[in-house]
Each structure stands twice: as C-alpha cells, then as structure tokens.
Ligand binder design. Structure first.
Ligand code: WTA
Length: 676
C-alpha cells in the first residue's frame, strides 16, 4: 500500500491560510557584496539547459577526474549524477583550502557553559585531527562502503568524525544526539553498522548529561535485533577525563583520546571515490513505524550543497557563519558541515540551547564571534521572541544575511526576525526542502529576488516545481488553490534511494504521479515531496505542511505511526492515535489519544508511563502535548480509528458529521474532556 493512503488528518489540513504579504528588498550594501547577482542564472538553469546546467555547481569543487555522464537515468528514479567522476568530500572541505586558509578558523566550537572557552579550530588543525582520526578508523578495519553509526552531540568532534569517514569513503550515519539509545539501535541495525561512535557526555540546559549510557542501551537493543556492535568508540567531552557515570565495557568500549595517541602525526590520503558512491545516510521519519535511511551521494550532494551555500546563503571565506541547528539533522549536515566548509567558511558549532542561561545567549555569541550570517528554524525564532523580544537590541552584532528553515514561518514572526534580530539590515531567505533533498528546493536568491514574509519563494535555479491536485491535474500559478507540490526534474542533491529499500523509495516518492513505471526518462518521474503548497501569481510558493502521517514538531519530523507504536509498548494500552495540534511556539505538536485494555483504569501515573515509553523509544522530542486516556476511540463501523475526528477535537475545530460512526456518543465525551 502506498504510504499516503493511511492519512486521515494531516498538518496541511490544519494549516492557517494567512494573507499575501508585500515585498522586502535586500539592501544595496548586501547586493554589492553578494556572490550571485546575475539574474540570468534562472535562464542558465532552465529545463532547456537541464541537466548540463549543474556543471556550474560541480565546478565549485575539485575533482580527481571529471564525469563521463552528467546524469545517468538508466535506473530511474534512482539517478546517478556525475557518473564516472572521482572526488573526495574531505579533500574538498579541508585539504584544498590549506594553501590559502590554513590559519583561518574552520570551526568555532562554542561550549554551552559560558565559563568554558570557545575553541577555534583552524583548517590546518582540522586537517591534522581528521587525518589522525581517519588513521584510527582505518586501523579498526573500516574501509570504503562500510557503514558507521555516530551518536554524537553538537561538538567539534562530530564534523571531525564525519570528515574522517568521508576521507576513507566510509558511509556515516549520524543519529541526532537527543534521540534515545533504542532509536540509535534501530539505525545501527538498519544500516548494518559494526561500530558505534559516541561521546561520554555533553551539556544541555546547564546539565552535564551522561550520553554514554545511551550507547549501552543501543548496543543491547541492537543485539536483540540480531546486530552485534563490535566496538564503541567514545570521545571524551573533556579530553583525558571521563564525564559519564556509566562504566566502560572491557574489550568493547574504547576512549578515542587514548587510541589516538598511536596515530599522532598520521596522514591518510583521501580515497578517490566515485561521484555516485554514498557519502552518508540520514534517517527520517516516514508514515510507517520504521524510519527511512536517505542515502546521499558524494559528488552530486557536495556539488549541490556547495552551490546553494554560495548563492543562497551567500557564504564567502571571510564570513563567520552560524547555523543554529543540530548536525544530527540534514540542515546541519548540509549547512553546518559540508556546504560551508567546502567554501572555506568559518562555521560555528554551538553545544547548547539558545535560552540558557538567559535569552541573550545567542546574541552574545553573535557579538563575540562577530557572526554575520545566521541561520535557524521558526520554532527557535518564536521561542526567542517570546522570552526576549528586546534582547537583540542589547548586543552589538550585525547580520548581513539570515535563513529560516524547517517549518512555515508566520509573517508576524518573520517581521520580528527581520526588524529585531536582523535589525532591518539583513537579507532573509526562507528555504524549503527536506532530508531527502540534500539542499534547498525553494528559496529566493537574496540579491536577485525580493523577500515575501510567509513564502519560501520560487523554485531554486534548476529546480522546477509543479503542483498537482489529487487527480493529477496541474494547479496553475495564481489559481489560489493548494495541491501537492512535486519537483519535475532530478537534481544533484537528491537522495539516491532509501537504504536497502528501493521499493519503498519508488512507492513513497514517485508512484503517485509517475507517468510510466517502466520509463528511463526523468520526465516521467515527478518527485512527490509530501507537502501541500500554493503558488501565488508571482510564482512564489507557500508551503502549508505535510499531507501524510508525518508531523513536524519544532522542525523535527516525527511519524505519527512511530509515536503510536511506542505507546503500544505499554502493556495497558490497547489502541493509540496521534494527531497534529497547532502550537504557538513549536508550530505543530502531537496529541496522543489512547484507549486501555479491559480491566485497566486511567491515572496520572499511567499517563507518565506512556510518556516515558515515547521518550525511551524515540527521545524527549517525541513527548506529546498531552496524553488523553479515553474510554474508547471514535471508530467507523468497520473498526477504523477516526483520527480526523480526534484532530478536529484537539484543534477545537468542527468535528463534522459523526452520525455514521459506530460510536458517535464518544465524540461528545472526548470533546468535553479535551476542551474543558
Ligand atoms: C517542512 C528540513 C515550510 C516541510 C530541512 C518538509 C518547511 C519538512 C520549510 C522537511 C519551509 C521545511 N517552510 N515548511 N521553509 N522547510 N519544511 O526533512 O513540511 O527535517 O516536508 O528537512 O519540513 O523536514 P526535514
């Protein structure tokens, strides 16, 4: 069954349709220094010039060997970009910068505690650390094509680890540090990793968390699913000191800092990788309980993130660039690590949360490092606006450019971002894209197109979106109607497949609007993004939210099925249903409805137990707004849970006609309980 068929209530259905806004223009000062000011780029990247136009992005990189075929579609829709080309991502992010920039900071690592000093890792220092760690990985027997799972927090060691893997062609799979040990285990099993790389602890809200305990859970849970982790490599948050309470396991767990001593001074030649070799896996939630491993390529991905970092984010080597996201998400891979470093930028990595110890923290960091490009998500912007609307004024920093990513941003919030955070000086880009895409799909080019609050903007150069209705008719520009946004053409940053599951890849993203399933022509395979969108008269797209069973909490994707199956691990729970609810800060949050097995009673303890199960299976970000233990679920006569009705109740909307349900009386009972 195609994944879409399970949808009963979706984000897109609860989206608020705010009105069209006016334009804002970037300042002449910004435009004068911008990387891309030539509007003919849209023509150069038109469908007429596709796919050869992408040579322009690929030429931002250093290749060992140019490709023979820019786009191989023989296995459509699994495409190979720059086929025959040879390249190394680590070389492109480090080695090639050394002649000009070896003394320049590559990474500013900002620890959460303000009493701890910021660490400035130069390109030369990054080169040394990546080489030494690559030598260590090689000594562990790892080689090109092997998968390694990383479960690291936001520390400088994370890009060091990623780039060391990339140097050897090892496929890294970084699991968001806030995810549970069980979530890490699922990804270890799916990617067939033998080695887990983690850290003993890290700071979050002023607490030094024991992170190593999650590794023990991950290894034990993976073993239950038949995967033996042979080695756990443990970085130390404070080198030379163990910051966790969980004991090390003899023969399995090793401190990286100890092992590294053997490799001081080691140098490892970057492996010349085929452009189409996978660089990393990034798991994301789908509409079933099982996350999907999005497989990203080396050459295509790197070309795409480098091109978009240069032209959308306007990164120059002289800039101090801060993307306040987590490297555990695609945003961090593309726009903290690979894109900025390929352009020899100085990229900031911040360990903590922006409101600790107070609402001015982020702006103090910006001031102290003289950050001039800032990038974050609407949830963070809404949160900072709420706790410290006047904080930015107090600090002396000046952004030339700001990004928003991950969720729709309300025009009101956009304007606060523009006037207060950006002090009216910074150009803003609202970038719409997904884990699957590698890089931006819709956005303005900041020196060419004006900004419009609440709209992502037109398709990127070389990205040709199209909106279809449910019957496959095209909804034209300016029609004022929403539909399902698709991309007509492949692009180099797009994922190659779902790791180990080509069928699911084809079904989820291409089956719905495929014109001919046997076709080797990319024109027959529009990519279904899974979002609803409207295109205004001016060609700008506004994204309304997911059309499937995925909800975007604080910009993090969670599958409702994942949450439901976690709730069902609690013995008392008979049925579970998750629905999205509008939230002022987080955009959308989940409400969890459960019905109990006979003989069990609702209680506050049981609610807590259920919440704990979600935290254990997934992580704290999976915590629902509320667990509603209901006497029964609203059901159709055939026994299907009506999530649509629950969604309406949670969002205080009209439940519609419920008389055809098997148990209409329950609707009023639940409404009273939830809306009291
Ligand atoms: C949503 C994050 C509105 C969308 C890079 C998409 C957005 C999902 C925007 C992907 C935006 C992302 N405006 N909605 N600018 N950017 N989204 O995979 O629903 O974590 O499908 O990638 O976030 O989330 P993901």
């Amino acid at each position: 069954m195609a994944e879409r068929e399970v949808v009963e209530t979706s984000e897109a259905q609860i989206a608020v349709h705010w009105q069209e806004e006016g334009y804002f223009h970037s300042s002449p000062k910004f435009i004068a220094q911008a990387n891309m000011t030539d509007a003919s780029i849209y023509e150069r990247f038109s469908l007429k010039n596709f796919p050869n136009c992408y040579k322009e992005y690929a030429d931002l990189l250093t290749w060992y060997k140019y490709w023979d075929n820019i786009l191989d579609t023989s296995d459509a829709p699994c495409y190979k970009w720059f086929k025959g080309g040879l390249i190394n991502a680590s070389y492109n992010c480090i080695d090639r910068h050394l002649p000009l920039y070896k003394n320049k900071t590559a990474i500013h690592f900002v620890p959460e505690l303000e009493t701890d000093k910021t660490e400035h890792i130069t390109y030369q220092e990054l080169y040394v650390r990546v080489n030494e760690f690559a030598a260590l990985l090689k000594d562990c027997g790892l080689k090109a094509g092997d998968r390694v799972t990383l479960h690291l927090p936001m520390v400088g060691e994370l890009p060091v680890t990623m780039l060391a893997c990339a140097r050897l062609g090892i496929i890294h799979s970084q699991v968001f540090g806030g995810f549970s040990g069980k979530a890490a285990a699922d990804r270890i099993v799916d990617s067939q990793s033998d080695i887990l790389i983690t850290m003993d602890g890290y700071f979050r809200g002023g607490q030094l968390l024991d992170h190593k305990e999650k590794a023990d859970i991950a290894v034990a849970e993976a073993a239950k699913e038949g995967r033996k982790v042979k080695k756990v490599l443990v970085w130390q948050r404070y080198p030379g000191k163990y910051s966790a309470k969980t004991p090390m396991v003899e023969g399995r767990d090793f401190f990286v800092n100890d092992l590294l001593k053997k490799f001081y001074g080691a140098r490892v030649e970057p492996v010349q990788m085929p452009a189409e070799a996978p660089l990393f896996l990034m798991y994301t939630s789908g509409t079933t309980g099982k996350p999907k491993g999005c497989q990203h390529s080396t050459g295509g991905y790197l070309a795409y993130v480098t091109g978009t970092s240069k032209y959308v984010q306007d990164i120059h080597p002289t800039d101090v660039y801060w993307c306040m996201a987590d490297i555990g998400w695609i945003t961090g891979h593309s726009y903290i690590v690979y894109g900025p470093l390929a352009l020899a930028a100085s990229s900031v990595i911040f360990e903590g949360i922006p409101t600790y110890p107070d609402a001015g923290r982020a702006w103090r960091i910006a001031q102290d490092l003289d950050v001039n490009i800032f990038h974050t998500a609407p949830t963070t912007i809404r949160g900072l606006r709420k706790v410290g609307p006047d904080e930015p004024k107090k600090y002396n920093y000046h952004f030339k450019h700001m990004t928003t990513v991950g969720e729709p941003i309300e025009p009101e919030v956009w304007k606060w971002y523009y006037h207060e955070v950006g002090k009216g000086e910074a150009a803003i880009v609202d970038t719409w894209w997904q884990t699957e895409n590698g890089g931006f799909l819709c956005s303005t080019l900041p020196a060419i197109k004006p900004m419009k609050p609440g709209s992502a903007g037109p398709g990127m150069p070389g990205i040709h979106p199209i909106i279809y209705d449910n019957d496959g008719n095209v909804i034209p520009q300016g029609a004022g109607k929403a539909g399902n946004i698709c991309i007509q053409n492949p692009w180099p940053g797009m994922f190659q497949t779902i790791w180990g599951d080509r069928d699911r890849f084809v079904k989820t993203y291409f089956e719905r609007y495929c014109k001919n399933p046997k076709s080797k022509d990319w024109r027959d395979w529009p990519y279904l993004a899974g979002d609803a969108a409207v295109q205004a008269e001016d060609g700008y797209y506004r994204i309304l939210g997911r059309i499937d069973d995925v909800i975007n909490v604080s910009g993090h994707r969670l599958g409702t099925k994942e949450l439901e199956s976690a709730a069902l691990t609690v013995v008392e729970v008979a049925e579970a249903a998750v629905v999205p609810v509008k939230d002022d800060i987080k955009g959308v949050v989940p409400d969890l409805y459960v019905a109990l097995k006979p003989g069990f009673k609702a209680s506050v303890e049981l609610e807590k137990k259920i919440v704990n199960a979600l935290v254990k299976e997934i992580g704290p970000i999976a915590k629902p707004r509320k667990v509603w233990i209901v006497p029964d679920m609203p059901k159709t006569r055939s026994g299907k849970i009506m999530r649509r009705v629950l969604g309406a109740i949670s969002n205080k909307k009209d439940v519609g006609d419920v008389m055809t349900l098997a148990n209409p009386e329950i609707v009023e009972e639940i409404t009273k309980m939830v809306q009291k």
